[in-house]
Design a protein around this ligand. Structure first.
Ligand SMILES: O=C(O)CCC(=O)C(=O)O
Length: 223
């Protein structure tokens, strides 16, 4: 991203913070390598099927807990039945650093040290993929969601907690950007109406498309 136009850290709504250029290129490259590995085994990346029968245009693979519309399980019953890989400790650590970076005030109600995401969704967007406005609400925890972007730039639409429509704010998420939403914004509707093909920097390790990694605390326990 050009340094000509500054992109300052911004609180988009209470508890929803955009931190541009948060990941280093090395961190992005490392995440891309790991995402490639996670996308193949033990559970393959797939486009989840919605209850309507339609498939999402985004492809997803999960760690910790497998998400399908609209529940979590330890096994990927809609993608071969394998047990999902665990969330590695280093990714939990990255999540803690992300929460600390977003909520810089140490007296803040959001405690980064306690943040222990037990699920990660890795989303891959090709040139035409998008994600409709939705809430992340299958979790039984109100801990923040950490979102990391790599590759092509997208429009990330961040809305309100009552419906999919206005008011919302469109935020441009660029490779390396961090977005955290917690507190009063934790259950806000959000989505990705557009990805801009060819806008990524190949140095991030991804030649085309957009990767998004969201870290979540499910609050679920094994049966
Ligand atoms: O790709 C993004 O930035 C958003 C992903 C998302 O909303 C989700 O995984 O629920």
């Amino acid at each position: 991203m050009s340094a000509l136009i500054p992109r300052p850290r911004a609180e988009i709504a209470p508890g929803a913070v955009h931190v541009p250029d948060w990941l280093t290129l090395d961190e992005q490259r490392h995440l891309v390598v790991e995402c490639r590995r996670w996308a193949t085994a033990p559970v393959p990346m797939r486009a989840a099927q919605l209850p309507t029968g339609h498939r999402m245009s985004v492809q997803t693979v999960c760690l910790g807990w497998h998400w399908r519309p609209y529940s979590y399980a330890r096994t990927a019953d809609d993608a071969g039945g394998g047990r999902v890989a665990p969330v590695p400790d280093w990714l939990v650590g990255l999540g803690r650093r992300a929460v600390a970076a977003a909520y810089q005030d140490p007296a803040d109600e959001h405690s980064a040290d306690d943040y222990t995401p037990d699920a990660a969704l890795i989303n891959f967007y090709d040139d035409t993929a998008k994600m409709g406005m939705h809430q992340d609400k299958e979790e039984r925890s109100d801990a923040a969601v950490v979102s990391l972007s790599i590759g092509d730039t997208c429009t990330f639409r961040f809305g309100n907690t009552t419906n999919r429509t206005r008011p919302y704010t469109d935020v441009e998420l660029v490779s390396g950007d961090l977005f955290v939403f917690g507190g009063p914004s934790r259950f806000s509707y959000h989505g990705v109406p557009k990805v801009f093909p060819g806008t990524g920097n190949g140095d991030c390790g991804l030649k085309a498309g957009r990767l998004n990694i969201t870290l979540r605390v499910t609050g679920l326990e094994d049966a």
